[in-house]
Design a protein around this ligand. Structure first.
Ligand code: MTE
Ligand code: CO
Length: 390
């Protein structure tokens, strides 16, 4: 005979007193019991928080959509606070007629809706030299997955009329960093969007309100926020963000350049260092996310023993092009230590490599494009830790 459970037998305040009426929160916020679900920064990573990064709490989320309030932020000059009435988007350079659009003008172009992940090229970059940060929020949280509403960029470029020698575009941000990146015209005319809504509501200030460029599958740095200008040219501009930054220095001293596409990658979000197993041995739900800048993720494998045995995980939720995918693997935990890993396969047939394979190919000089397999060690108590196995 066990003692009665007061959560059942005692009257709770919320049963005795009326709750808040409607309109207590004109713009709703999560329950106060969820206040730990927040973006977090790593103090020592950057010298100042206006040119810095915080991380999406992947271990607290489920499904495939990132809620707007916890989408990681990466600013090079702080988040610009722009009055949409004062915002203009200019198209200039190798076009028949240079154009300037107000936000009102943009609202009169046909729109599309697409779900895409945005991953910073530096995501997992702190892990090149070995396991470092304890939590998937910090190792893999420079990513978010959002439904965008926007105008296909090709419609705006067609309005201006591309000259025959138009081969590249240079989007520019209105923020203090005036972020610019060269993008080949083929990509601009393919699936890029000039987006003004995320998950149905206006872009958040942090994500580039009132307009940002969406460059599906390509590194986050190119998704220019607070988009104010698109210059059309016949060759790349070789600006700072594509020379000294966002290039991948190799072992022999040469650098890979224009490595735009984000390769297939996955991570187990639960259990993980910030989300230990607290229920003891028995039935256990493992879950995680996978994505590829080259297509969809038809399959993810999971191992509990550091790669000796692999099991095919169960995919659940929409499988969309260049979007995050959700996987689950349910198992009976015997209470012994675990070495958890996940391995993504994308629709091109590419399989996520190990970290050591990546190091063989590319050395350890670069911080960008680390899509190696992540390992979590789970001890008998269910506590998890970031480790590497050879
Ligand atoms: N655009 C502008 N104008 N300024 C910036 O600092 N940062 C870039 C990109 N676009 C940046 C920008 C980088 S490095 C990344 S990873 C993404 O925006 C981050 O987008 P997010 O803040 O919505 O997560
Ligand atoms: Co970035």
């Amino acid at each position: 005979q066990t003692a009665p459970d007061p959560a059942i037998t005692e009257l709770q305040d919320w049963q005795v007193y009326l709750g808040d009426g409607v309109d207590a929160a004109p713009y709703g916020m999560p329950s106060k019991h969820e206040s730990h679900v927040v973006r977090r920064t790593v103090e020592w990573l950057t010298a100042d928080n206006v040119s810095s990064i915080n991380f999406t709490p992947l271990h607290e989320l489920d499904g495939i959509i990132t809620p707007n309030g916890v989408c990681f932020e990466r600013h090079h000059g702080g988040a610009a606070e722009i009055d949409p009435a004062e915002h203009r988007l200019m198209i200039n350079g190798l076009v028949d007629k240079e154009l300037v659009f107000t936000m009102e003008d943009l609202m009169r172009f046909p729109r599309e809706n697409h779900v895409y992940f945005l991953e910073c090229a530096a995501n997992t970059g702190m892990e090149w030299a070995g396991a470092q940060l304890n939590g998937c929020q910090f190792t893999h949280g420079m990513i978010h997955n959002v439904m965008y509403t926007g105008i296909p960029l090709k419609l705006l470029l067609a309005e201006a009329g591309l000259k025959t020698n138009a081969k590249w575009i240079l989007p520019e941000g209105a923020d203090a960093s005036a972020m610019t990146r060269s993008i080949p015209i083929e990509k601009a005319l393919d699936d890029c969007l000039v987006a003004f809504k995320m998950n149905g509501e206006a872009l958040r200030t942090e994500q580039g309100y009132p307009v940002r460029l969406v460059v599906p599958g390509w590194e986050g740095n190119m998704w220019v926020k607070w988009l104010r200008r698109i210059e059309v040219g016949d060759e790349p501009w070789h600006h700072r963000e594509e020379t000294s930054k966002y290039t991948d220095l190799l072992e022999d001293g040469t650098a890979r350049r224009f490595t735009w596409e984000m390769d297939a990658k996955s991570v187990i979000t639960n259990p993980s260092p910030q989300a230990p197993l607290t229920h003891g041995p028995g039935y256990t739900v493992l879950t995680g996310v996978a994505w590829s800048g080259r297509g969809t993720i038809p399959r993810v494998d999971v191992t509990l023993d550091g790669g000796k045995n692999w099991h095919q995980a169960r995919m659940s939720g929409p499988s969309l092009n260049k979007s995050m995918h959700r996987f689950y693997f349910e198992f009976e935990w015997d209470g012994k230590p675990l070495l958890l890993q996940s391995r993504a396969h994308d629709s091109t047939g590419y399989v996520q490599p190990t970290k050591n394979q990546l190091r063989e190919w590319r050395g350890e000089n670069s911080i960008y494009h680390n899509n190696g397999i992540q390992t979590w060690y789970v001890n008998e108590k269910g506590e998890a830790e970031n480790v590497e196995i050879s």
